[in-house]
Design a protein around this ligand. Structure first.
Ligand SMILES: [Zn+2]
Length: 65
């Protein structure tokens, strides 16, 4: 009976776990690359608020009466 070749480091170790870019906790499959929906929301809000203040159309705020 030929010995079956063992699977080289297969099960158990899933693909490299990504860390949540917000808090650094290991990301979950449900809300990767974040650890939770909350962190995903945080990131989204950051992203949105960042794109909201586009330094292009500058209202004459300083020239206000
Ligand atoms: Zn997180």
């Amino acid at each position: 009976m030929p010995a079956k070749p063992k699977k080289a480091a297969g099960s158990g170790k899933r693909s490299a776990k990504k860390k949540c870019p917000i808090c650094g906790k290991p990301a979950t499959e449900a809300s990767r690359p974040f650890c939770s929906e909350r962190c995903r929301d945080v990131d989204l809000n950051r992203w949105l608020s960042d794109s909201y203040r586009i330094p292009a159309a500058r209202d004459d705020d300083e020239d206000a009466e």
